[in-house]
Design a protein around this ligand. Structure first.
Ligand SMILES: CC(C)(COP(=O)(O)OP(=O)(O)OC[C@H]1O[C@@H](n2cnc3c(N)ncnc32)[C@H](O)[C@@H]1OP(=O)(O)O)[C@@H](O)C(=O)NCCC(=O)NCCS
Length: 164
């Protein structure tokens, strides 16, 4: 496996297109404006098996209003302004449970010099365990998402834990 983390501005158009396609194939992310959000991200994590992209995670720069709304819904008093968001995690089914997402989370978090938050569906135990192993803790209370309850996770800047 070949793991790569890049700024979007350093990616080729083909890499951005592949990243977009894999995130979109997961079916969990709003597709409207996704390409623009990928291009504006802090950094993108890719896992290739030969020429084939099999896993992605992104360190995103969400809009202030989106962050404020999300932190309010979770009922936390944490100030969201400085936070980046980690997400768009998707590993192709045949490649799961080999540490791909955990490795990409660790590589992207090593790039972050700010606090980072993430959201996870309440029943997505794998995502929640990856976040916990990467030093995130649940914040506030679960809130209603489009199809299920969502938990907000935050990782503060002084957090020294890395993904294992
Ligand atoms: C969530 C998702 C991204 C995880 O990707 P992944 O590459 O399988 O993640 P990892 O391999 O790092 O970790 C998954 C599990 O495999 C385990 N694992 C990692 N390496 C392993 C290895 N070499 N041997 C056995 N198990 C291993 C991890 O401990 C973890 O186990 P757990 O669920 O019991 O905690 C993937 O399941 C996915 O794409 N799901 C659909 C989209 C989704 O839910 N995205 C997250 C939205 S928040």
């Amino acid at each position: 496996m070949n793991f790569i983390v890049k700024r979007p501005s350093d990616c080729t158009d083909a890499e951005l297109t592949q990243f977009h396609a894999l995130v979109a194939s997961g079916g969990e992310v709003a597709i409207d404006g996704l390409r623009e959000r990928i291009e504006e991200a802090h950094s993108l994590g890719f896992c290739f098996d030969g020429p084939r992209l099999v896993g992605v995670v992104g360190l995103k720069r969400p809009e202030a209003e989106y962050k404020r709304d999300l932190f309010d819904k979770a009922g936390t008093t944490i100030e969201p302004d400085e936070f980046l968001e980690i997400g768009w995690a998707y590993t192709e089914v045949a490649y799961r449970r080999q540490g791909i997402a955990s490795t990409l989370f660790g590589m992207l978090l090593a790039e972050a010099d700010t606090p980072v938050f993430a959201t996870a569906r309440i029943h997505n135990d794998t995502s929640r365990r990856i976040l916990a192993r990467c030093g995130f803790s649940g914040e506030g209370q679960p809130y209603a998402g489009r199809t299920s309850q969502i938990v907000l996770y935050v990782r503060r800047i002084d957090e020294t834990l890395l993904c294992d």
